[in-house]
Design a protein around this ligand. Structure first.
Ligand code: PLP
Length: 391
């Protein structure tokens, strides 16, 4: 097909030209004498994206899932209690990973489309007077349902109860797009990956770790080898990686951090908020509903859109791709066939957002979902036009 594929899955995301050029370099010697001149500032600057100065951010060759594993195995022991809620495919998978590492998972089922069940978390933690629960997990932005949870609210629950469990956050589809403050929010572990808000190819797992969580590694008995924080700690201190880093991705990461800091994190967050609102205006104009129930938890990086009962959301995804070269996200797990997803994270501008809505609108009609032609694009474009900051 001539022209570009329009990539609007909620990860991987579009790679900006600047990052592509930064990665188009010969491979380099990661043991060269001047390598730390490059790596040391990188280790410092990635912390700014996590908004931590007290913690450390480790960069692994892996996807986000490897980050989950690093978080668990470096801090916990088999049999430790873990509190997680299941309200989408990603929260589900992190809980499964904990089970595979022999954790005692207290899994709170919550409706898909809702945020972390704060009250249930509070009750369970309150009842846990023996402090058997060692880690409280929260999927900050549930990519399967387009729901963002309130991390400070979970922190407050722990603080009010003086519960010592580690607060672990899956920030894979949030960090670099949605406000995330590791230090201020008292987050002990924050996991991210390269292919979402960081606008890079898949291949890096990033793990932010507080000093408290670092201490816990000394007593954590889980087996760990490749993902051992100790190797990273020791080598990163002098500007090295313990194993061969994915050098091209690391060069891309340098450029990604530069771009985010040049735009300014508050502006990056505001841009995502505005585009997300434009998408929601479009969805409302179509007469469709989001999977996310509470406007307070609407995600600024992904919208999961519910199709009418007698329709199949997979048809929308298929038609969009086959007919218009537009990649949308399908429904995952419990909401497969019921929702499709528009990813709106990373390197986007107004017209790109509108192009996704235009293609989706056509694919909806092709799938027998009778939305008025131009309605979504009309609502979104007018919102974008009238909320543009004067130059
Ligand atoms: C994409 C994603 C992951 C990680 O998935 P990988 O495919 O391993 O990178 C984890 N959590 C959330 C919320 C995600 O969106």
């Amino acid at each position: 097909m001539p022209g570009r594929n329009h990539l609007f899955v909620p990860g991987p995301t579009n790679i900006p030209e600047r990052i592509r050029r930064a990665m188009d370099v010969p491979l380099e010697d990661h043991r060269a004498g001047d390598f730390p001149d490059f790596a040391k500032p990188l280790f410092e600057d990635i912390k700014k994206i996590f908004q931590t100065s007290a913690g450390q951010v480790f960069i692994f060759n892996s996807s986000g899932t490897g980050g989950w594993e690093a978080a668990i195995t470096n801090t916990l022991s088999p049999g430790d209690g873990v509190l997680q809620s299941r309200f989408g495919q990603f929260s589900h998978l992190w809980a499964e990973l904990c089970r595979k590492h022999a954790m005692e998972v207290t899994l709170v089922e919550a409706p898909w489309g809702e945020a972390v069940p704060y009250e249930r978390y509070a009750e369970i933690l309150k009842a846990d007077t023996a402090h058997k629960i060692k880690a409280v997990l929260v999927t900050h932005n549930e990519t399967a349902t387009g729901v963002t949870s309130d991390i400070p609210r979970v922190r407050k629950i722990l603080d009010d109860l003086k519960h010592p469990a580690l607060l672990m956050i899956d920030g894979v589809s949030a960090i670099g797009c949605i406000d995330f403050r590791m230090d201020e929010w008292g987050v002990d572990i924050a996991v991210s990956g390269s292919q979402k808000g960081l606008m890079l190819p898949t291949g890096l797992g990033l793990v932010g770790v507080s000093q408290k969580a670092l201490e816990w590694r000394k007593t954590a008995k889980c087996h760990r080898a490749y993902f051992d924080f100790d190797d990273q700690l020791r080598m990163n201190a002098d500007g090295w990686f313990p194993y061969t880093p994915a050098m091209t991705l690391i060069r891309g990461l340098r450029e990604s951090i530069n771009m985010l800091l040049e735009e300014g994190l508050p502006n990056v967050y505001a841009r995502h908020a505005r585009y997300a609102e434009a998408v929601r205006k479009g969805v409302a104009a179509w007469g469709l509903e989001l999977c996310a129930r509470d406007p307070a938890s609407y995600s600024n990086t992904v919208s999961a859109i519910v199709v009418p009962m007698n329709k199949n959301a997979n048809d929308v995804v298929k038609n969009a791709y086959a007919r218009y070269n537009l990649s949308l996200g399908g429904g995952l797990g419990d909401v497969a066939g019921k929702v499709f997803r528009i990813g709106h994270m990373g390197d986007l501008n107004e017209i790109m957002v509108l192009s996704a809505l235009a293609g989706t609108e056509m694919a909806l009609r092709d799938s027998g979902i009778d939305v008025a032609p131009g309605s979504g694009v009309g609502a979104a474009s007018e919102y974008l036009r009238t909320t543009l900051k004067p130059a």
